[in-house]
Design a protein around this ligand. Structure first.
Ligand code: XIL
Length: 353
């Protein structure tokens, strides 16, 4: 069935005679034909007008960009705040989108009260247990996928010295996955990181970490590769070369894990001209093709809906940053067309399903 759908899409593109061509087809329909998710990081205070229109039309998954980070959900020792996450979930329900909860444990957006407290290991474990149970149980059956731990490994392949690590020790990761699974046994649980896309010290350490978790029967179901990239990063001899990424994805797959490309975007210096946008489009296309060709890769998520609200503007201090698929007026960029074509034209023979 999956292959038949793909074949129909391809015939439509080639003949151009049928009513539906890839040009009319939203990304989510094209992705569904491959059995993968296509998602975007979303912000709860923007869910109207063009933003809501593009998000719901093109994507079948949304990631909570900010709203489920700990400093937002658990701002004081005795309070929780779910208002913003609730808004995103209502939107996702209305538009039949699956939700990735991002992220339970991270060294950023770490609440001040916890950072400044003086807790013993046992106290910290109790706090973590209560926090994870409260958040994950509230969204049981609704947030289908959780990034349980974000960015726990350094570029040198060591445990990052996060507040959780300092309070609890190495097994904070193990405990976090177990608590999340207790709270929602059906949720898919991911370890997520950047700079671990190819074969390097960091991805080796991530591989080692998740291998141990799997070996110890810790409930983990996937690894998120963030893919915050730069225009020109993709191709032979470049950072993202097909062979290395594929090998990395497949070795994780061999452990029984899924891989999601969780935060894809392509930055560039200054203001992008046409040639930068063309190169960006090629880069996007190749990343999509890499995922489609690798069986363990089951989701591609871009880190935002429109260039207008990309985190890159402030993070890189570049007001002209345009790293995403839609421009500031919600018009599709060459990158959008490239992703659309990659999804439409990927042939069934290449499809691992
Ligand atoms: C960023 C969000 O996009 C911003 O809105 C927020 O201010 C800071 O965090 N890696 C991650 C994401 O895992 O959580 C970060 O998101 C981007 C880098």
């Amino acid at each position: 069935m999956r292959n038949l759908l793909i074949l129909l899409v391809c015939m439509t593109v080639v003949t151009g005679t049928a009513a539906v061509s890839s040009q009319d087809q939203p990304l989510r329909e094209l992705a569904e034909a491959h059995g993968i998710y296509i998602g975007a990081a979303a912000q709860s205070d923007l869910l109207e007008g063009d933003y809501a229109g593009v998000l719901s039309r093109e994507f079948n998954l949304l990631t909570t960009e900010w709203e489920t980070k700990m400093c937002v959900t658990h701002p004081t020792p005795s309070t929780y705040d779910f208002e913003r996450t609730d808004k995103l979930l209502a939107f996702a329900d209305e538009h039949q989108m699956i939700v990735r909860g991002h992220t339970l444990l991270w060294h950023e957006c770490f609440p001040d009260w916890l950072a400044s407290g003086d807790y013993t290991r046992e106290e910290a474990i109790d706090i973590m247990r209560e926090y994870i149970h409260t958040v994950v149980e509230r969204y049981k059956g609704r947030i289908a996928i959780w990034d349980v731990v974000n960015e726990g490994i350094t570029d040198n392949g060591l445990f990052r010295s996060t507040p959780w690590y300092r309070m609890i020790g190495e097994d904070y990761i193990d405990l976090a996955f177990r608590f999340t699974h207790e709270a929602d046994p059906d949720a898919l649980l991911f370890y997520n990181d950047y700079g671990a896309e190819v074969l390097n010290r960091k991805s080796d350490a991530v591989y080692e970490l998740v291998s141990e978790l799997v070996e110890n029967d810790v409930p983990i179901h996937g690894v998120g590769l963030q893919m915050h990239l730069q225009v020109g990063d993709v191709g032979d001899g470049r950072y993202i070369n097909r062979e290395a990424v594929t090998e990395n994805i497949n070795r994780l797959g061999d452990l029984g894990l899924q891989v999601h490309l969780t935060e894809l975007d392509f930055k560039h210096p200054g203001k992008a001209d046409e040639s930068v946008f063309e190169r960006q489009a090629r880069d996007y296309r190749e990343v999509v093709e890499i995922c489609l060709a690798a069986e363990p890769c089951t989701a591609i998520i871009v880190w935002g809906v429109t260039d207008l609200y990309s985190w890159r503007k402030s993070f890189d201090n570049n007001p002209d940053a345009a790293p995403l698929l839609f421009d500031e007026n919600y018009q599709p960029k060459p990158a959008y067309t490239a992703v659309q074509q990659a999804l439409a034209e990927f042939t069934p023979e290449d499809d691992p399903a």
